[in-house]
Design a protein around this ligand. Sequence first.
Ligand code: GDP
Ligand code: IMO
Ligand code: MG
Length: 425
Amino acid sequence: MKTGKVDVLLGLQWGDEGKGKIVDVLTPRYDVIARFQGGPNAGHTLEFEGQKYVLRSIPSGIFQGGKVNIIGNGVVLAPDLFMNEAKELESSGHPLTERLYISKKAHLIMPTHRILDKANEVAKGKEMVGTTGKGIGPTYTDKTSRNGLRVGDILENFEEKYTLHKKRHLKILTSMGWTNFDGFEDVERAWFEGVEYMKKFKFVDSEHEINHILHEGKSLLCEGAQGTMLDIDFGSYPFVTSSNTISAGACIGLGVGPNKIRNVYGIMKAYCTRVGSGPFPTELFDETGARIRELGHEFGAVTGRERRCGWIDLIQLRYSVMVNGVTELIMMKSDVLDNFDTIKACVGYRLPNGDYTEEMPYDISGVEPVYKEFKGWNTETSKFKTEDQLPTEFIQYMTFLEEFLDTRISIISLGPDRDQTIVRN
Ligand code: GDP
Ligand code: IMO
Ligand code: MG
């Protein structure tokens, strides 16, 4: 049977690796770009021609002409936020309606899901996850408990269904003692406006749409959101998101068979960041961490929160390469390390009981990283266009990562702009 190729691109750390930028760079090679999980908790930044865009629910293939972009069944969608995002793109000269399809099976994030998200966090107290507050967890909870509201529901008796779900949510909130509903009516009004706005897009059975396209020999790039360490199964549970962010999530979130997947592009920063709570073995609490944050502009694209910064963690990355079946690595933001005398990489963990391991343990809280040190390259790399311009120390660092992770780095990103990218032969 004739079939086109399916590649997956996803984050290997705790999110914000630079997925949006690279999806945009790779889009010319594909016919279709699709998001398969997550929702407006994502913030994918793209820069080109002096403009900067942050995408939350819309795939990052939307800026390259003539491509179909799909919001897959595995995604959770907030109509009001989607409307704001789409309108902003359209007003900046990027028409969407003809080339953005939405799966009927994608679940809707209701206004009450966002309140539930907050109420759950408050109830957890100091154990809070530090969610983005976008209602992601409660929406996926309703999906798995078979109480969800889907895009396809918009087409029939929608208000009736909405009211039933809302009543159920309000009961839960009352039982939790939640009383703060400030501004709820305005939010609800904007949400319904968003639902109306969504109707101008093509609601599709995206599994059929995608498999038809593949059958025609066309190609698909699946765009991951969040990162492997935020995966509901393999991440640093319970400080994770509520979806499967790993490569297998693309099969579930789009309806493509695992035998169709060819390349898995794993994206990593040359260092590491994390937003929200939870363990982060290589986190730096000193001036070096603050310097990385400043130079890397490590502030959340969605919430503006400070990102926690630290050295690259090769134990964590080797685990991510394993669970995703990564075939090619993409190294981002190494330019941020341009002026460091010493660069460190974690190559082992000292466990709280004193044992040493080079394998990801069940629980990473309290582990002490064991580092290998590298001499920094002390060279401005952001203007480099070819691999042979890269300094020796840079090549040494990169080669060590490739050997440790047993995977080739095929793309190097040296700045936020589309053009600041070296694709290696
Ligand atoms: P995503 O969620 O994985 O798409 O990543 P984010 O957009 O949340 O965060 C990545 C940030 O780094 C954005 O502000 C990008 O513009 C920026 N960025 C991406 N690649 C590079 C790079 O190679 N160098 C630098 N300095 N910044 C980059
Ligand atoms: P992109 O796609 C970084 C984090 C939150 C929190 C945890 C759970 O831009 O890489 P949620 O709202 O999903 O229930 O929050 O996950 N988180 C992200 N961190 N990048 C993201 O997306 C994230 N999406 C969620 O900070 O710790
Ligand atoms: Mg992001």
